[in-house]
Design a protein around this ligand. Structure first.
Ligand code: AMP
Length: 662
């Protein structure tokens, strides 16, 4: 019988690892993850792999509802359409305060629409503009554009639709899909230096460890959530803006085998509807709502706000103020004592109705129009953040009558939304790409055969769901080329299957060895439960690493303390205990979180400026220092690398090239 998912006391006994079978597999390509990027890779890879190839996708959950889009979305935020990929680069560069990989962004921009067209072909309903062309987008249909880059969808089942296509593609090629398989770590080749050879994981449904050999591996397991203390407390703690199951696995697994990381100092601190974490994009863009302070004043237009923004030229001068600076203004207002901040939903909806009245719409038509508007507002939440709809219902919120509080949340790490932390990868092998940006295979990390996409690729945010899917496809194509070019490579693992099993199941052994020593299994002198581990982590990152409680402020001294705590946490992590398979996942997820956040804080410590005001501040270096890398400034990348041979970490500056003109 499998370990219980919840402790059931009758089943507790000394664990006998001989009863945990190990399955060993050998593939040409292994896809780790199951979100938009990996479903994109699954859809694409078979088209490029050599005949008779073997591929497997491992998802820790079920493909149908996994990843950041699991709950659905109400918009696709990257659709280039009538715009140009160069303009897309300009927008991303400005929103991310100048330091981005323009080659990767341009490459994504020129491919992303193809994925959106596929989504529509597979059945995703895309809103079409009234009076416009109702044909599919690929045939010139006119979408409802909320912003220059965003289009509206009826997207509650978005992920199911995309997963179905991915599953069909895998099936058609005779490839494998291992769901409920949590990959714990990657394995380097025993003979060939700096080359990936496979991965190891365990099933979350039965006692089973799987050891995979592969010539090439794609890791796309999303970003990192629950690394900082959330604003929600105890019973609400599972509520977060980004999916709580994204535990930094992408970053940690690649980092641990020596992949160079980039811009890990970057984080995304989204401003959301308070407590429900509901999306704000549709309100700002579709409903043209504005934010006001506690006194009902439009603070973003105040002289004080203008003076604040003036400190961040040229970025603050763009048509759309960068996301971090919008947060900065909100925080400024709150710290001045003029909170709370409201999304003025009443004024926004009222303005639509007033306009229709002015246009001469009669009462009956006006009523119908109002119903449509109201249902659009609710659908925005129901499509992608159903908890917010629940909260509004519970609080008797009538958005046409009262505004709703919005609030900057706890920080998240990701590379696909308005953030850009991640892994340093090769760009496309084309003549306009600088030499130090490319080393052969598009989206390959600095470890041979190890690829990433979506949240994994650093220094190129604003991909969103469509971009992550397109990037997964691009990475898969390059992986196939790598597999063809390395047909003779036969991966050899550095550890035996039995050793790997013992390592993965160690938290279970620890638990069963000691759980009877105390009256409550949560507290024990010989182990720590994953839940407590996570809470310790959140306390340190929040207080020392610039979480929400100190208004995202940190400095060199605080970071020195954070580093000590994180090192102790990593040591203590060896004493984590898991009573069941779910808790075993939680244990390994925590380790992934600890490594990810350690790298994050190392980068913040290294970058002696505050590049993203509103996301975090270095109190000892409050300015944005735009002098170039050669001039000793910080308009450059910060990269880091962990050496798996010595256990040492290093941080370094890397030149940031401007490829697209202003
Ligand atoms: P969100 O709902 O915040 O996830 O954002 C969805 C999309 O709207 C993204 O493309 C954001 O960059 C964009 N967005 C959100 N808020 C604003 C705003 N106030 N001004 C301009 N763009 C925004």
């Amino acid at each position: 019988m499998a370990l219980p998912n919840k402790p059931t006391w009758e089943l507790l006994a000394e664990p006998d690892l001989s009863k945990v079978p190990v399955e060993e597999y050998e593939y040409d390509a292994l896809l780790v993850g199951g979100g938009m990027a990996c479903t994109g890779a699954a859809y694409e890879i078979g088209k490029w792999m050599p005949a008779g190839s073997k591929v497997c996708l491992c998802d820790k959950a079920s493909l149908e509802r996994s990843g950041a889009v699991a709950q659905g979305l109400s918009a696709i935020n990257t659709y280039i359409g009538e715009n140009s990929p160069s303009d897309y680069v300009r927008m991303v560069r400005n929103d991310l305060m100048g330091v981005v990989r323009e080659d990767l962004i341009f490459d994504l921009g020129r491919h992303v629409d193809d994925s959106v067209h596929l989504f529509e072909e597979w059945g995703l309903p895309v809103w079409k503009k009234e009076g416009g062309n109702k044909a599919p987008l690929s045939e010139g249909g006119t979408p409802v554009r909320t912003g220059k880059w965003q289009i509206m969808i009826h997207g509650e089942s978005y992920k199911r639709i995309v997963a179905e296509a991915a599953k069909a593609a895998l099936e058609e090629m005779g490839y494998d899909l291992h769901e409920r398989m949590f990959i714990v770590k990657l394995l380097l080749d025993a003979n060939k230096d700096n080359t990936v050879a496979g991965a190891v994981g365990f099933s979350s449904r039965e006692n089973k460890v799987c050891v995979y050999k592969a010539k090439a591996v794609l890791v796309a397991c999303g970003g990192a959530v629950n690394i900082f203390r959330p604003r929600s407390t105890d019973e609400g703690k599972g509520r977060a803006w980004y999916p709580i199951w994204n535990a930094g696995s992408t970053y940690t697994m690649c980092m641990q085998v020596g992949a160079e990381m980039t811009m890990m100092e970057n984080r995304f601190t989204p401003s959301r509807f308070k407590d429900g974490y509901g999306p704000v994009g549709a309100w700002f863009l579709l409903f043209k709502a504005t934010v006001v302070n506690g006194a009902g004043e439009s603070y973003v237009k105040s002289d004080a706000a203008k003076a604040e923004l003036a400190k961040y030229t040229p970025y603050s001068e763009a048509a759309v103020t960068p996301t971090c600076l919008r947060n900065h203004l909100m925080l400024f207002e709150m710290k001045e004592g003029r909170g709370p901040i409201f999304m003025d939903t009443a004024a926004a909806l009222g303005a639509f109705l007033d306009q229709k009245k002015a246009d001469g719409m009669d009462e009956k038509a006006l009523k119908k129009y109002w119903k449509e508007l109201e249902s659009e507002a609710w659908e925005d939440f129901l499509d992608m953040s159903v908890g917010q709809a629940g909260l509004w219902a519970a609080m008797n919120i009538e958005p046409e009558k009262v505004g709703s509080e919005i609030m900057p949340t706890e920080p998240y790490m990701l590379g696909s939304h308005s953030g850009c932390c991640g892994i340093w990868v090769s760009g496309p092998d084309e003549d306009w790409v600088p030499d130090d940006y490319k080393w052969g295979y598009n989206r390959m990390t600095t470890v041979n055969g190890l690829f990433t996409a979506g949240d994994g690729v650093g220094a190129s945010g604003h991909k969103f769901s469509s971009g992550a899917h397109a990037e997964g496809r691009m990475a898969a194509k390059a992986m196939a080329k790598y597999v063809v070019d390395n047909a003779d490579f036969s991966p050899a693992l550095p550890q035996s299957a039995e050793e790997l099993k013992a390592e993965l199941y160690a938290p279970v052994v620890t638990y069963y060895k000691h759980y009877q020593e105390t009256t409550h299994e949560m507290v024990n002198p010989n182990y720590i439960k994953p839940r407590h581990m996570m809470e310790r982590l959140m306390k340190y990152t929040d207080e020392y690493g610039g979480g929400w409680s100190p208004y995202y402020m940190t400095n060199g001294h605080l970071l020195d303390i954070a580093m000590k705590h994180l090192q102790w946490l990593r040591e203590d992590a060896e004493k984590m205990a898991a009573s069941g398979l779910h808790e075993l996942i939680r244990a390994w997820e925590n380790l992934h979180r600890i490594w990810t956040v350690e790298d994050h804080l190392r980068h913040i410590q290294f970058r002696e400026e505050s590049r993203y005001p509103g996301f975090y501040y270095r109190g000892d270096f409050m300015q944005v220092d735009d002098k170039d890398f050669d001039g000793g400034g910080w308009k450059c990348f910060v990269n880091s690398q962990y050496d798996p041979k010595t256990g040492e970490w290093k941080c370094m500056k890397k030149k940031c090239h401007k490829i697209i003109s202003d």
